[in-house]
Design a protein around this ligand. Sequence first.
Ligand SMILES: *[C@@H]1O[C@H](CO)[C@@H](O)[C@H](O)[C@H]1NC(C)=O
Ligand SMILES: *[C@@H]1O[C@H](CO)[C@@H](O)[C@H](O)[C@H]1NC(C)=O
Ligand SMILES: *[C@@H]1O[C@H](CO)[C@@H](O)[C@H](O)[C@H]1NC(C)=O
Ligand SMILES: *[C@@H]1O[C@H](CO)[C@@H](O)[C@H](O)[C@H]1NC(C)=O
Length: 470
Amino acid sequence: LDVIVLHCEKNNKAHKTNDISVNRLIVRRGQSFLVTFELHGPSRPTTDLLELKVETGPQPSEALGTRSVFRLPEGCGKGSSWKVKVHQGSVFLAGSITLDITSPADAPVGEYRLSVKTSATASVGSSLGKLLLLFNPWCKEDWVHLPEEEERQEYVMREQGLVYKGSDKYISSMAWNFGQFEDDIVDICLKLLDVNPKCLCDPAKDFSARCNPIYVSRVVSAMINANDDRGVLMGRWDGRYDGGMSPTHWNGSVEVLRRWLKNGSNPVKYGQCWVFAAVMCTVLRCLGIPCRVVSNFQSAHDTDKNLTIDYFFSDYGVRPKQSPDSVWNYHVWVEAWMRRPDLSAGSLYDGWQVVDPTPQEKSTDVYCCGPAPVKAILQGHVDLKYDVPFVFAEVNADRVTWMVFADGSKKKISTDSVSVGQNISTKAVGSDKRVDITANYKHAEAYFIYFRNLIIQNGAVSTCHNNSPR
Ligand SMILES: *[C@@H]1O[C@H](CO)[C@@H](O)[C@H](O)[C@H]1NC(C)=O
Ligand SMILES: *[C@@H]1O[C@H](CO)[C@@H](O)[C@H](O)[C@H]1NC(C)=O
Ligand SMILES: *[C@@H]1O[C@H](CO)[C@@H](O)[C@H](O)[C@H]1NC(C)=O
Ligand SMILES: *[C@@H]1O[C@H](CO)[C@@H](O)[C@H](O)[C@H]1NC(C)=O
């Protein structure tokens, strides 16, 4: 075939990806794009078909949704296959034809090879080129659909943001350059998916599961930290940052992601929670999943998941017992917007989901956290995936102080059920104001204490992981 036109500028503008590039085809799921090429010689109306094929990943398969073969006349594709119709020209005449191609709203995201078979090219297909497919918050059928244009501008398109730090007494903000549309970032994001352990272990299944924002966001939360994989950032909290940069050095994600790629996907040194969260926000926005950075003040880290942060003091002159629990003056995570059809309760848990890339506790043997529905955290539905009990404790745990006696017995000396989980903050839509979203996570404290005791009595605080990728 000659004269293949992918209309990159026009298509990318229509798909809001022209900020990434207008020199390659980058489109979003469930939305049509145009491709033009030259047909040599007329075909016979009754017998000839024009057949297109898209494939992604190393082992494309129709059963797994990573290959689709679809035809003209339209309507010949299978159920959730890609679709094509004629935009301009005719299959029955020689000359240029423009096709209107639409991917399903649940197609795996990533890079596709597009090819075509006509009577003229006989049995072998000829390549039309490559295209990159992203999630589509503008498309109603996509699980990441976000109805308000103002919110899509903030949570998908905006490249500059604010991250809140400090303490509940004095909250400060720092400017962050997410830079999700800088030219090479989209390729770095795909590379991050390609080197994730699930992909290395079973690429056919991983490429297929990239249709699912629940799966993709969980994989990204594991890949932003470098624990157990070739992730982006190495965490360090002891103040010794030689051989790398102090976490306070960074003010944008682009430099971090580029360094990771340049150094052969070895971890960049060093990150702490706000760097992990802000870099994750870049990757999700780039892939098309709406998200925002959220700061929680007086954030608990409850290692034994029993909703108390225990402090131990001794009355007999030896070192107090070390507690693995802790309270951080603030902690930063990400909220990503998506539906949760995997949780059987209609649309109850759709919407914001906590995903936390900072390595704190292992979840299904990997340092990752979420997506945990914010609505499940509010309602105390702690038996839901993923990692709801952990996030629930971060915003709700009691601080309990114990006195330890020489015989090993201990006595509770005080309980503070108020201070953990304060002033949960994120940047406002369309302005640089701070919004307090604590009420999304917590009921008023009095109601809550009654309610939390119910949960503890019912023994509902247990982890419940189901790692099925789809
Ligand atoms: C980050 O730091 C660089 C170099 O100091 C500066 O030019 C840039 O404006 C900063 N970016 C933000 C978002 O503050
Ligand atoms: C690059 O990766 C290697 C191997 O992990 C590491 O030793 C080195 O410090 C890294 N270089 C930089 C500049 O981070
Ligand atoms: C929570 O777990 C710690 C350590 O296992 C224990 O000492 C403490 O008593 C527990 N708290 C409650 C309220 O069960
Ligand atoms: C944090 O929240 C508390 C309780 O709502 C409020 O009194 C306090 O002023 C807030 N702190 C800041 C810095 O806004």
